[in-house]
Design a protein around this ligand. Structure first.
Ligand code: DQA
Length: 139
């Protein structure tokens, strides 16, 4: 059984309530329940934090044992050298995801410290971005 984890960064705990015009009205836990039912042959873990260092600690913790990491570092994507370095330091491949298409938004969202060290990047498909990332590890 493949062992995957979704790691979500700051403000993503508010999905469903936060700017629903951009991020949709489904909460992440509702989405996760559906996706876990659909991919029952995958061990799918979930971690969310609003704290940069906790995201780095989690990457270190799972980054040598998991089969894959699906990372939406949210705003830290655009600012965090530390999270970028952590993605480089670990062995488990990381797929970077974003709900919105960050390239049709403000210029500061076009920069990513994750992308250079990610296996791939999936963005702009709403919550389906996460599902596409899961599928990328199954193929
Ligand atoms: C986001 C895009 C980021 O620019 C933003 O800061 C987020 C969410 C996305 O999933 O579209 O919080 O990562």
């Amino acid at each position: 059984m493949k062992k995957l984890i979704i790691i979500n960064g700051p403000n993503l705990n508010l999905l469903g309530k936060r700017e629903p015009n951009i991020y949709g009205s489904l909460s992440f836990t509702e989405f996760l329940d559906k996706i876990k039912d659909k991919y029952e042959n995958v061990q799918l873990d979930y971690f969310q934090s609003n704290i940069e260092g906790e995201l780095i600690d989690k990457l270190h913790e799972v980054g040598f044992t998991n089969d894959g990491i699906i990372l939406n570092a949210a705003a830290y994507t655009h600012t965090s050298v530390g999270i970028g370095d952590a993605v480089k330091a670990i062995e488990t491949p990381v797929v970077e995801v974003h709900i919105s298409n960050t390239f049709n938004r403000e210029e500061f969202r076009h920069q990513s410290f994750i992308s250079p060290n990610a296996k791939g990047v999936i963005l702009g498909f709403g919550l389906q971005s996460y599902e596409l990332a899961i599928q990328s590890f199954l193929n």
